[in-house]
Design a protein around this ligand. Structure first.
Ligand SMILES: [Zn+2]
Length: 340
């Protein structure tokens, strides 16, 4: 079978490998259907992402059809079913896992980051990672994973209906947060530096979109909230200076949720942290909300479809990565379609 492997910085090579064989007990053999390429994939390929290490077969946002179930399987899954696949393999034993947070397991392995991912034709995964999504298209089922990232951020934030929230970053993760936050009935302001992304944020229901290259986001946010500041700020850029702005603009008693990753150290003003009694939260992967993310995609089907902007085949993955880096405005969610 074919695979696309990132072998070095900005280099994806196509190769033939052996079939994965038969699934063991508790496992399923999957026929990969669709694989999303996200900002972190481009970052890994370009080696700007802190998690980058080569060689790696990328692909952590994916859907697949079940080709076979391991011997002795008894449960609701059946061969042929289309599933959204949660790409996380926690160790189930560390302190985070024992406390119910396998998403930030100390020894977490993620398909496409630490383990060879889905940019291939077939893959074996544990059955507990499969979420049936027969009523979705393969592309929408692959879109569940980025939505789960946004949903985890919103779940962490405690966002309530009517709250005003600011999203820094209107790329794929910022857009996923926007869908999940809209589902909670929040009012949204989006900040980015790419005009095309801001247009997309407005089209998807943001009340205001601010270009931080042309405008002062702090002043616009203050005006939008009548000087109160937003109840919640989502940081989805990974830019240190933006993290600092998030802390400065959030309301007293408010919450900052950070999902953007970078190697920047950001000085945090402890006086502001205390005076505002701010909640400052990291957010990583998702903790038990993957099934809810399938439902969010079902409810926001058309909007999710509008966020899928390009489609490729497996042999065009090198082209897709280069296009994504060069075209941040038009490349929101690129999908690699595999097999039938
Ligand atoms: Zn663990």
């Amino acid at each position: 079978m074919r695979q696309a492997v990132t072998t070095a910085v900005r280099r994806v090579e196509l190769s033939d490998i052996r079939e994965p064989g038969d699934p063991g007990p508790g496992e399923a053999l999957l026929e990969i259907a669709a694989v999303g390429i996200c900002g972190s994939d481009i970052g890994m390929w370009a080696a700007t992402d802190p998690y980058a290490a080569f060689p790696i077969r990328q692909g952590h946002e994916f859907s697949a059809r079940i080709a076979a179930l391991g011997a002795g399987y008894q449960g609701p899954l059946r061969v042929g079913q289309l599933c959204a696949v949660e790409p996380l393999l926690p160790d189930h034993t560390c302190i985070a896992c024992r406390r119910g947070h396998p998403n930030c397991c100390r020894n977490l392995r993620v398909y496409g980051a630490h383990l060879d991912g889905a940019l291939t034709e077939r893959l074996i995964v544990p059955v507990e990672n499969l979420f049936p999504a027969d009523d979705l298209t393969p592309e929408l089922a692959a879109f569940v994973e980025p939505i789960s990232i946004g949903l985890q951020m919103v779940t962490r934030s405690g966002l309530a209906a009517g709250d005003q929230a600011v999203i820094f970053g209107a790329g794929p993760i910022g857009q996923a947060v926007q869908v999940a936050a809209a589902d909670r009935g929040a009012r949204l302001l989006s900040v980015d530096v790419v005009p095309g992304r801001l247009d997309r944020a407005l089209a998807n229901g943001a009340e205001l979109a601010v270009n931080s290259r042309a405008d002062d986001p702090a002043a616009r946010i203050a005006a939008w909230t009548d000087g109160d500041g937003p109840a919640v700020v989502f940081e989805a850029t990974g830019v240190g200076a933006v993290f600092r702005t998030a802390i400065d603009v959030v309301a007293h008693s408010g919450t900052v949720v950070v999902a953007g990753t970078s190697n920047d150290d950001v000085p945090i003003p402890s006086l502001t942290l205390v005076r505002k009694e701010m909640n400052l939260l990291g957010s990583r992967n998702n903790a038990g909300v993957f099934g809810q993310a399938v439902d969010v995609v079902r409810r926001y089907r058309e909007r999710c479809e509008s966020l899928i902007t390009q489609r490729y085949t497996l042999d065009r993955v090198p082209e897709a990565m280069a296009f994504g880096e060069a075209n941040p405005a038009s490349a929101n969610k690129m999908m690699v379609l595999i097999g039938r």
